[in-house]
Design a protein around this ligand. Sequence first.
Ligand code: GDP
Ligand code: MG
Length: 151
Amino acid sequence: DVEVAIKTVVVGYGTVGKSSMIRRHCKGMFTKDYKKTIGVDFLELVPWDTAGQEKFDSVTKAYYRGAQVCVLVFSTTDRESFEGKVVAEVGDTPTVLVQNKIDLLDHSCVEEEEAEALAKRLKLRFYRISAKEDLNVNEVFRYLAEKYLQK
Ligand code: GDP
Ligand code: MG
């Protein structure tokens, strides 16, 4: 069988829920659908987690090096995480924008329209998810897998 592993970086401020999201994601992804077109039996998005270095703004270039797809995460309840500049780091790697903690909408610090406007400006697919409630997490990784295969 042909197996492909894709380095997936998950980028964002501390405590936005990156590790939670990674834990939620069931890594394995069967790709019978693609077998005919690209000859891949098994595609795995392998998320790289940080050990919390993002809190000190010292996520190194090594972390991004060779990244094949990227998830940019901000939190519904953390204004700074939305306004942060993580975007600059990712270059032309296929990327999605993710708003996590959507279960906390009542305490939201980010307007729906501004989040959508950002996604539009960056030309990124935008997902609202909850790692806690397991809402939309797999959709994010599935989309990235497809995007990667289309490259
Ligand atoms: P990281 O620093 O970005 O890796 O964030 P963590 O995954 O460690 O999560 C930070 C905190 O946010 C933890 O207390 C998580 O339980 C909580 N958390 C993560 N995702 C969600 C979510 O979708 N909803 C809520 N309510 N809390 C979350
Ligand atoms: Mg973490």
